[in-house]
Design a binder for this molecule. Structure first.
Ligand code: MN
Ligand code: MN
Length: 250
């Protein structure tokens, strides 16, 4: 789903590219000393969504997530654009009383609306705060936002490129991790719709994600992979590697 992408679209092609790139990776993680063959997971395939109808598409994601969560599963979801996090958090909120949303993103995504429309990837984290509260929202790596978003960021639990200053005593035991891949530097991951210079190296993002491994990761998503902007394929394999590490962390 990439209907509201503000700059250049193409993240609808993210999941198949990530899946294909994953076949080239080992199942063993040298970072966690664990193997995917030791954990139970399934690939449910790609959802068919009405790309021209944002609200209908988001509603279908919400219903699908609820159905899977009711079976006692944890979800790792792939975008598509970052807007898909909103219906996922809406569904999770019905199954988990208390959790903290950890967002890795170059952008604050705290706009109230974008060009008059609130269901936009520029508003997705703000929509999530409406559901779970500012006090349960952490944004890491943001380096692009408006003055209004910067002012609003004071209200959320943590807004910084540095995880060491997160007040961990206020982070819930259950966490949901949303990885907007543009948190990585465009030199590391050029295949994304709104690249933003000055970002994380791969090692840095991996270290920061694994920092939350001691908590209960109830779900996660990896979004904004737009593989057609990267003919080398580095972006897809980078995204797949993050997926492997997150899957093992869950
Ligand atoms: Mn985003
Ligand atoms: Mn972003």
């Amino acid at each position: 789903f990439d209907s509201t992408t503000s700059f250049r679209s193409g993240s609808r092609n993210g999941p198949p590219a990530l899946r294909h790139a994953s076949y080239g990776l080992e199942t063993f993680s040298p970072y966690q000393h664990r193997d995917l063959s030791d954990v139970s997971y399934s690939d449910n395939g790609d959802m068919e969504l009405p790309f021209g109808n944002t609200e209908k598409a988001l509603d279908m994601i919400y219903e699908y997530a609820k159905e899977e969560l009711s079976k006692g599963r944890k979800l790792m979801s792939f975008g598509g654009e970052h807007t898909v996090t909103y219906p996922l958090i809406k569904a999770y909120n019905e199954f988990y009383r208390d959790f903290t949303l950890i967002v890795f993103d170059a952008h604050a995504d705290l706009r109230r609306d974008y060009l008059g429309f609130k269901y936009s990837h520029a508003c997705t984290t703000r929509l999530c705060t409406d559901i779970i509260g500012n006090e349960n929202t952490v944004i890491i790596g943001a380096r692009s936002y408006t003055a209004e978003e910067y002012e609003y960021s004071d209200n959320i639990l943590h807004f910084s490129t540095d995880i060491s200053s997160i007040p961990m005593d206020k982070v819930k035991k259950n966490v949901y991790i949303s990885v907007d891949l543009d948190v990585l530097d465009p030199s590391v991951l050029p295949g994304t719709g709104t690249p933003e210079p000055g970002g994380f190296a791969f090692d840095r993002l991996l270290r920061d994600i694994l920092y939350f491994r001691s908590l209960n990761i109830i779900g996660c998503d990896i979004v904004e992979l737009a593989p057609d902007y990267d003919h080398s394929g580095i972006s897809s394999v980078t995204a797949a590697k993050i997926a492997r590490e997150l899957l093992l962390s869950m």
